[in-house]
Design a protein around this ligand. Structure first.
Ligand SMILES: C[S@@+](CC[C@H](N)C(=O)[O-])C[C@H]1O[C@@H](n2cnc3c(N)ncnc32)[C@H](O)[C@@H]1O
Length: 264
């Protein structure tokens, strides 16, 4: 299930995700550089900040940037207007279909928003040429557990409880072993999966609340009237800040490298 994003706020606040994308691409493409004319898809491109980093490696390539959010797609289209290498489309990744399979799929900070990882990996395998590469990073097992706990506590408060009746958590913070198995089952080879921690500090509770509203709590806030958005985010941020000063998000990233098998 996807939700709408505040693309303008995400553009301002997404420095952590952009930095991790930069590190991942640097490390992976240093080991096995691209030729520069490959075709690629950035799945879950957001406003396109990480897509832009990928494009530095593809001076003569083609990139299809896809995202389920209309606001994100609009922002990415504005960013790449006039760049003939880039096409941006609004697509739910669980329905991804391409006319021409590509050499590379990149994804950052997206897979954990999708519960059905096995289906997702099947779609991605279908969009890659045999021998094509998947390079991805998303939230992994244990990701922002401090924030999740604080959010659950605030959802249970008297003032918010009725709004969350029937709530189902649709996030998937998978572990490396399960992800490895799912990728193999989807027809990937040379699979590598591992997690690493990225504790991320904020200057104040207010700064953290602003970040949470856009980057983490979007689905929750859809359940609440506008007037409750700020109080909800403030309450979660205050609980997170009570654990550690300065307020810190306990990010755990799941890294994924894989090659689409030649036999599938
Ligand atoms: C945190 S943003 C990451 C954006 C960008 N890749 C980055 O690293 O900054 C997650 C993105 O995943 C997209 N997304 C979530 N579920 C999706 C789905 N089922 N299909 C396509 N995009 C999805 C959201 O719309 C959002 O733009």
């Amino acid at each position: 299930m996807t939700h709408e994003w505040n693309a303008a706020e995400y553009e301002v606040l997404s420095a952590p995700m952009t930095g991790w994308g930069f590190d991942l691409l640097g490390r992976v493409l240093e080991d096995r550089p691209l030729g520069g004319s490959e075709s690629a898809i950035d799945v879950g491109c957001g406003t396109g900040r990480v897509t832009e980093l990928l494009l530095r490696h593809l001076p003569d390539g083609m990139v299809l940037a896809v995202d389920a959010s209309g606001a994100m797609v609009e922002a990415a289209r504005r960013r790449f207007a006039g760049d003939v290498r880039v096409r941006v489309e609004q697509v739910d990744l669980l329905r991804l279909e391409v006319q021409e399979p590509v050499d590379l799929i990149l994804s950052t900070a997206t897979f954990h928003w999708i519960k059905a990882h096995q289906r997702l990996f099947g779609r991605l395998a279908g969009a890659l040429k045999p021998g094509g590469r998947l390079v991805a990073q998303c939230g992994g097992k244990g990701n922002i557990s401090r924030v999740t706990r604080a959010t659950e506590e605030v959802m249970g408060e008297e003032r918010f409880r009725s709004r969350f009746e029937g709530w189902e958590d649709t996030k998937e913070y998978a572990d490396p072993e399960t992800t490895w198995e799912r990728l193999e089952a989807a027809g990937f080879e040379e699979v590598e999966t591992w997690t690493h921690e990225e504790p991320t500090r904020f200057g104040s509770v207010e700064e953290l609340a602003r970040y949470l509203k856009t980057v983490v709590l979007g689905r929750h806030l859809e359940r609440l009237p506008e007037a409750d958005h700020q109080p909800f985010a403030d309450a979660v941020a205050t609980k997170v800040a009570a654990v550690e000063d300065p307020p810190t998000m306990d990010y755990v990233r799941l890294n994924i490298l894989a090659t689409r098998g030649r036999e599938t």
